[in-house]
Design a protein around this ligand. Sequence first.
Ligand SMILES: [Zn+2]
Length: 433
Amino acid sequence: MAPEERAVRQSERLRALVGRLARSEREFWRERLAGVDPDAIRGLDDLAELPFTTKADLRETYPYGMLAVPFAETVRVHASSGTHGKPTIVAYTAHDVEVFAEVNARSIACAGGTSEDVLHVAYGYGLFTGGLGLHYGGERLGATVVPASGGNVGFQVELLADLGANGLACTPSFALLLAERAATEGALERIPLRYGIFGAEPWSEGLREKLEAAWGGIDACDIYGLSEVIGPGVAMECREGKGALHVFDDHFLPEIVAPGTGEPVGEGELGELVLTTLTKEALPLVRYRTGDVTRLVPGPCRCGRSHVRVARFSGRVDDMLVIRGVNVFPSAIETALLDDRGLGGQYAIVVDRRTELAELEVHCELAAAEPAARREEIEGRLQARLEQQLRLRARVVLCEPGSLPRQEIGKAKRVFERTDEADELLELERRSR
Ligand SMILES: [Zn+2]
């Protein structure tokens, strides 16, 4: 569908959604939309007039307070694991389940899936949306779905080989585990795998290379979703245009906003992904703050799909730093570092707050000891790269291999504060000496 044609449909759907919610019996929606005149919402240009919804809204109305249909019309619930105690409950009507299947069928096709395939689904089945989402999607596409669910690596490798899996849907870390086991058991040659649909945890370009090679040259594609919005199948990478994901924007309308202000960011700038569900019946969301960081990728995709694209995700809003008014995501710095072969991959980010306007300092280890001229070259290269990607000048400090403090317990701390009173990185270096 041409983007202009879709914009007309999106506007119609948005108008219908707001009208439906404004007339809803549900206290939550009546209150949230109290200041909105549904007749004034004519289309996409009026989106910014609408209030946001958040995860906290879902928690506070647990379990069914945000339902927009009579309970009798729901046919299924799922839940997302809550980091704050109670899970978030999401409900579906029969039509919602249809849409869920449709967007997952599209996702599988994006990775290269067809109706001829055997699709092995090793996402967890149950309250988590991953298993059933890809399962119904595979059936909708006409593939033969193997509902393997998680666990039991040895048995799964046998199934992959005996049943002849062409597609594999699971987390990237589990896919790597399966590939390693298949290799040790000599089963790789018997598995005709062509593509993987990997998601539910962040993964890097480095891991993609590893997965594609480990499975003998498959297409490893990233799937994105969140149970609050529907589950997997909100957006999907196609095999022709890896690096960006098509958002199925006839159902899920994306915006990118500045996390602090909620205002739209400049074209192509990083910000928080906000989604409006245009077609969901049971649990629609208006301008839902996902907390996930990405940017819009302009231009057409080689695959021919016209769905708008977003870059692979750069982490969570909670990790964001604000330096001199510019939003900086540590993961964007990490990406710039990991792509440089002159660097070893160990790094530390120092936010220097000793002056009124904070400065950003990036310490990184060289991959090997280098002569001064070569160091200068690497330093200049990284400086330019960071400036281009962050739109902010950062001081680069190169250090010898093995010289940054190693942290062995839990997730490594990468961001350190420096004030007149304390220097966190220096203190850690002292302690680890
Ligand atoms: Zn594409």
